[in-house]
Design a protein around this ligand. Structure first.
Ligand SMILES: NC(=O)c1ccc[n+]([C@@H]2O[C@H](COP(=O)([O-])OP(=O)(O)OC[C@H]3O[C@@H](n4cnc5c(N)ncnc54)[C@H](OP(=O)(O)O)[C@@H]3O)[C@@H](O)[C@H]2O)c1
Length: 321
């Protein structure tokens, strides 16, 4: 089957580790189903995989991709949940120590066909296009789960670090839909303007001093913004962190964290129940994911380069059929 995969790892030049070609269909456990992918979208996770982060050499070649939507062999139109649990696990999916995401242990969605447990399917919302439905599984679900963890009330202020990424654009749109006051930082003036156009109430340069303290910060940039995030919070405020794109060694700000009694909450993906809740909210408000660009699968190198360059605003989508 046609596939976009990591053939090797390169920390310095992740795009050089990417190949497009034919791979054999995998052997999968009983109870898994085959989905013909219509559209799948990229996440920063795919770049980490090409860098060898979370994807050891003995699992290569590995088909990339955590997001996707397509058609099951029985004709159902579905979106895919990317969290794969150990069959013996009982309890919250994202706390399973043996969990993986599609493309970590099992082949991912950037392929003509993907195989997933039958329980990992949700009906595709009919008002969304294939490209939009294929953009929901990772960044959007993570954004929804991060906001849920912060448990903010309408009118409270949330600061989102970064504007242009798949996760950041999802956070902006979902936070606005929940009635929050949405403040956003970005390195780029153009992206700050675009953040305003999709619902941000105020925008700031990365690291800029804010006019007021916020109730919560959504953090995924890591080293470059961590200190700003901690300093932006009111006493008792909450940081929800799901990524460290720019690095993992910021000043810890321990004194400020204990003195102001801040809450720091880690967040990874979300449960299929949260995915269902998010789709209900999106359908009720007729929200669609922000798409940066769409490519045919033969143009995967260009699509990945766009994400690697950091110029994007929203999701980069790859179409298979
Ligand atoms: N834990 C999870 O389950 C989970 C799920 C989804 C994503 N993540 C993580 O979240 C991060 C974002 O993922 P994504 O797919 O949205 O990636 P992406 O589309 O590549 O977006 C990168 C984001 O980071 C911001 N950024 C990058 N470098 C920055 C810097 N030096 N200073 C300030 N901002 C910077 C960008 O903001 P501007 O360009 O606007 O400045 C942009 O919003 C990744 O680290 C990813 O691994 C984790």
């Amino acid at each position: 089957m046609k596939a976009i995969y990591a053939a090797r790892a390169s920390m310095e030049d992740p795009i050089s580790a990417l190949e497009i070609g034919e791979l054999d269909a995998p052997t999968v456990p009983e109870g898994w189903v085959r989905v013909r992918i219509k559209s799948a979208s990229l996440n920063h996770h795919d770049l980490w995989s090409l860098k060898g982060v979370g994807l050891p050499a003995d699992r290569l070649p590995m088909i990339l991709g955590c997001d996707g939507a397509g058609i099951v062999d029985d004709g159902r139109e579905v979106v895919l949940h990317a969290v794969i649990n150990d069959p013996s696990w009982r309890g919250s999916e994202t706390l399973d120590p043996k969990r993986s995401l599609l493309s970590e242990k099992f082949p991912g969605t950037l392929s003509e066909y993907v195989y997933v447990p039958a329980a990992n399917l949700l009906p595709k919302p009919s008002y969304l296009s294939w490209d939009e439905a294929g953009s929901l599984s990772t960044a959007w679900l993570t954004a929804f789960s991060m906001l849920k963890k912060a448990a903010l009330a309408p009118g409270e202020k949330v600061l989102i670090q970064g504007a242009g990424g798949g996760l950041s654009t999802a956070l902006i749109v979902l936070a606005k839909a929940q009635g929050l006051s949405v403040w956003v930082t970005s390195r780029s003036a153009e992206k700050r303007d675009r953040a305003l156009s999709i619902g941000a109430d105020a925008v700031f340069e990365s690291g800029e001093r804010l006019p007021d303290r916020v109730d919560a910060v959504m953090e995924s940039v890591g080293q470059a913004t961590w200190q700003h995030s901690v300093r932006a919070l009111r006493p008792g405020g909450t940081i929800v962190i799901s990524g460290a794109t720019s690095g993992d060694a910021p000043p810890a700000e321990l004194t400020r964290i204990f003195f102001l009694q801040l809450r720091v909450l880690g967040s990874t993906m979300g449960s299929i129940e949260e995915f269902r809740e998010m789709l209900e909210l999106m359908e009720a408000k007729k929200i669609a994911p922000i798409i940066d660009s769409t490519y045919d699968f033969t143009e995967a190198l260009t699509a990945f380069a766009r994400m690697n360059d950091g110029e994007l605003f929203g999701k980069v989508v790859i179409r298979f059929s």
